[in-house]
Design a protein around this ligand. Structure first.
Ligand code: GAR
Length: 192
């Protein structure tokens, strides 16, 4: 990842699908002086994504692509990212699997947050899988995105204890709280 020079912040896009708590958190982080990034674009796979309200609230450009045709959506997103001179893409609850072609185009510039201690529990339902397996620890991971799902180089991880009374919802809540610390820390790490 290129080093940060001078005062110019790295133009960043955040891709979401739902609530957008990570989006809100990354936007807030981007506003602090020491943050290496600025959020210039929000991309959503649905116009119903609640997180879009943060794009409005913070006056950030937003675009919605329904992915009925992956090829078409990715083509349009590629053009958008080039037009907006986006140098970093943060996936934040973006529940679409990007194609190899797209990932190759932005090689090393896409990062993702995943709600498990990768390489454990790639894919969906991470919290119920951890509870069903009687794991003592759960957590979250920020990693580079490669063509293989949830398998790129790990940037940072944060562990969370699973206690007897935890269920997938309570665990998701605890992990999400840590995600909000982890994503900014991971961004700081890749630009330092
Ligand atoms: C987060 O827990 C994130 O780790 C997860 O979706 C949630 C989005 O929450 N991502 C994945 O499961 C990706 N495979 P948010 O919309 O409140 O940021």
């Amino acid at each position: 990842m290129e080093k940060l020079t001078g005062l110019k912040k790295i133009k960043t896009a955040v891709f979401i699908s739902g609530t957008g708590s990570n989006l809100k958190n990354i936007i807030k982080f981007s506003k602090i002086k020491k943050s290496p990034i600025s959020i210039n674009q929000v991309v959503s796979k649905s116009r119903l994504a609640k997180g879009l309200k943060y794009a409005d609230q913070f006056k950030i450009k937003k675009k919605i692509y329904n992915f009925k045709s992956y090829k078409e959506a990715e083509k349009k997103i590629s053009l958008l990212l080039r037009k907006e001179k986006i140098k970093l893409v943060c996936l934040a609850g973006f529940m679409k699997i990007l194609s190899k072609k797209f990932i190759k185009k932005f090689d090393g510039k896409i990062i993702n947050i995943h709600p498990s201690l990768l390489p454990k529990y790639k894919g969906l339902n991470t919290h119920s899988r951890a509870i069903n397996n009687k794991d003592k620890l759960a957590g979250c991971t920020v990693h580079f995105v490669t063509a293989k799902l949830d398998s790129g180089k790990i940037i940072l991880q944060k562990k969370v204890k699973i206690v007897a009374r935890d269920n997938p919802t309570s665990l998701a809540k605890k992990v999400l709280k840590q995600e909000h610390k982890l994503y900014p820390a991971a961004i700081m790490k890749i630009f330092n």
